[in-house]
Design a protein around this ligand. Structure first.
Ligand code: ZN
Length: 117
């Protein structure tokens, strides 16, 4: 297990190491605070997650944000939103999980939602 590279240092507030075109589609508030949800304002896939067309193919917005500001997401792994907000692309609200774990969590949340209804 190797240590994760630290996120790139950023000038105060702005996640600048991605084309402005990407961040222009995100509402990060005034300060890009890690605590709040950064809401995707552009198009969304049928499953509700934000996506963007890059080099001819659609990429998931939260995954791109995670890879740029935090770390690579290994092949076959998925990102789970710990905040449960599908439009959120804040990489500090996402956790790398296996597909099986993500599926398990999702069914647990569905059960919780039903119980709350
Ligand atoms: Zn969030």
């Amino acid at each position: 297990m190797t240590a994760r590279p630290m996120p790139q240092p950023k000038p105060k507030g702005q996640p600048w190491n991605w084309p402005a075109r990407f961040w222009a589609k995100v509402d990060g508030g005034e300060d890009w605070n890690h605590e709040r949800c950064w809401l995707w304002r552009a198009s969304r896939a049928r499953d509700g997650y934000g996506h963007i067309r890059l080099e001819g193919r659609f990429r998931m917005a939260h995954r791109l944000a995670y890879e740029f500001l935090r770390d690579q997401v290994p092949e076959g792994m998925q990102l789970d939103h710990t905040c449960r907000v599908k439009r959120c692309v804040n990489p500090w609200h996402c956790e790398i999980v296996t597909a099986a774990e993500n599926c398990r969590r999702r069914s647990r949340h569905v059960r919780l939602d039903r119980a709350a209804a």
